[in-house]
Design a protein around this ligand. Structure first.
Ligand SMILES: Cc1cc2nc3c(=O)[nH]c(=O)nc-3n(C[C@H](O)[C@H](O)[C@H](O)COP(=O)(O)O)c2cc1C
Length: 211
């Protein structure tokens, strides 16, 4: 089994990475393969709502979004990590998640269906729970079970050395990783034992207009 960890920070090896690396090491010790996917520092456009993705199954902009979509189906679970920027998730990961999930949704691809996900955030001081709430909203619309930990998934620091001193934050990352590994094993065992996937209805799309 494999988990893909997204680093939504402009720092390749910064605080967010330090938290993701703690998760990756713990997952590996649980026998789960990992890969860290860094968004880089090139500007990532927001969604332009052209809906080309519904026809071509990927984004009209060929950047980190399509790079991710091309490999995402090879993974069984996902962790999305972001620094807190202005008490929210980073602009880059917001654009990225808007576009990957819109492309998957509009094109009807089942890349993420019932695959577990979690968000983690990294801040110097404040805005963590707002950013955490923001990121979790993608998963609940995409039918992705959210894996929980012993506290809200956050670490504190302005540099990686600070994060390494945030012992509770790092423990929260390790607990999250072990809970993710447990869920993945349960899902695998359930499917092997013949537990059927839930019945799915044809989607209803009303825009709140009822007549
Ligand atoms: C544009 C910008 C906005 C930021 N806003 C906040 C904030 O609202 N609250 C906070 O605690 N830290 C804020 N920070 C600091 C970072 O969130 C914090 O240092 C984080 O741990 C850096 O993670 P990284 O090394 O992975 O980029 C901000 C940093 C930047 C660059």
């Amino acid at each position: 089994m494999k988990v893909l960890l997204v680093n939504g920070s402009p720092h390749e090896k910064g605080c967010t990475y330090t938290a993701l690396a703690e998760i990756a090491t713990t997952l590996e010790s649980e026998g789960i393969e990992t890969q860290i996917f860094w968004l880089g520092i090139k500007p990532l456009s927001g969604c332009i709502a052209c809906k080309t993705c519904a026809k071509i199954g990927k984004c009209v902009f060929n950047d980190k979004v399509n790079e991710f979509l091309a490999i995402a189906n090879n993974f069984d679970g996902y962790i999305f990590g972001s620094p807190v920027h202005w008490a929210a998730a980073s602009g880059a990961i917001t654009s990225f998640m808007d576009r990957i999930f819109y492309a998957a949704n509009c094109s009807g691809q089942k890349i993420f269906y019932l695959k577990p996900a979690a968000a983690i955030v990294s801040a110097r001081r404040a805005g963590t729970t707002a950013a955490f709430d923001q990121l979790n909203k993608y998963f609940t619309l995409m039918q992705m079970p959210i894996i929980a930990s012993q506290y809200w998934n956050m670490v504190h620091g302005a540099k990686p050395e600070d994060v390494k001193k945030d012992l509770e934050g790092l423990q929260t990352m390790r607990t999250l990783a072990r809970n993710m590994a447990f869920y993945l094993r349960c899902k695998e065992a359930g499917l092997k034992a013949g537990v059927p996937l839930p019945t799915q209805e044809v989607g209803i799309y009303t825009n709140f207009i009822r007549d």
